[in-house]
Design a protein around this ligand. Structure first.
Ligand code: ADP
Length: 262
């Protein structure tokens, strides 16, 4: 079935969650998870109650990027209790399945796993509702993304792309899916936008200006440009998101700016 137009029923909203913002990309490897994790921690630094749902069921990266792992327990109403890291409530398929296990699920199974991670997790409570749930989507425009945008009331989506034409083509396809399902596109984040050489000059390794042009075409803001940055990569690998662990770093400041605009 094709995408249905119009927002989905109110009943599909996760309980005690005020806003749901998804982070999407057309292609894998463009930094969608890096952006999700850092935007979530930047939002938490603003004093908001924030959850991070790692919905990239075929390649969960939140456990590694946040340095958190464990088996979530059950709370009241048999809901899973999210793990906590860097001030975030976190749920990832990576907590529920062994790291080495292959994710050879068909679309409907993966979609149903994601819906459970949205609805059967105690994200907030009556007394302490979550201000925002950041959803790290799998790349592309497959079953899981469609299920989420059709069945969940996403308040908005942030599209991540590198400046490279091949990434932009796929980002355009993702944007078309969100437009078709009446999901507000909050803006575009250009990742790996440039590399600052020893003199501080910008080297446009993946090209220049493409994401900006795409944002203009979509009529949405270019939310920020994240440079290719060794410290950012290292921090991800070490499970220490720069937004929380090194908030004064240049990349963290861009994330803070973007979080303010969301
Ligand atoms: P995606 O979620 O789109 O597949 P990831 O966020 O997992 O992409 O990023 C892919 C790899 O690139 C990760 O190892 C990450 O640390 C690295 N990376 C992402 N953005 C940057 C950046 N701006 N500078 C350096 N490394 C980056």
């Amino acid at each position: 079935p094709g995408a249905q137009a119009g927002p989905p029923a109110e009943a599909e909203r996760p309980a005690h969650v005020k806003r749901v913002i998804a982070v999407a990309s057309g292609k894998g490897g463009v930094g969608k998870s890096t952006i999700s994790v850092n935007l979530a921690t930047a939002l938490a630094r603003q004093g908001l109650r924030v959850g991070l749902l790692d919905a990239d069921v075929y390649g969960p990266s939140a456990p590694r990027m946040l340095g958190v792992d464990g088996e979530p327990g059950f709370g009241p109403e048999k809901k899973l209790i999210p793990l906590e890291a860097w001030g975030l409530k976190v749920m990832s398929i990576g907590f529920l399945v062994d790291e080495g296990a292959p994710m050879i699920w068909r679309g409907p199974m993966a979609s149903s796993a994601v819906r459970q991670m949205v609805h059967d997790v105690a994200w907030g409570s009556e007394a302490e509702p979550l201000d925002v749930l950041v959803v790290d989507l799998p790349p592309g425009t497959g079953d899981i993304q469609l299920t989420l945008v059709q069945k969940l009331k996403l308040d908005g989506v942030v599209i991540v792309s590198t400046p490279q034409e091949i990434a932009l083509i796929d980002a355009r396809r993702a944007a078309a899916m969100f437009l078709k399902t009446a999901t507000p596109i909050l803006g575009v984040v250009e990742n790996m936008a440039y590399f600052a050489d020893a003199s501080g000059a910008r080297v446009p390794i993946f090209g220049e200006g493409g994401a900006k042009a795409e944002a203009v075409k979509l009529g949405v803001p270019l939310l920020g440009e994240i440079p290719l940055d060794v410290a950012l990569r290292q921090a991800c690998d070490d499970g220490k998101p720069v937004s929380a662990a090194a908030p004064e770093s240049p990349a963290a400041q861009v994330f803070a700016q973007i979080a303010k605009a969301l």
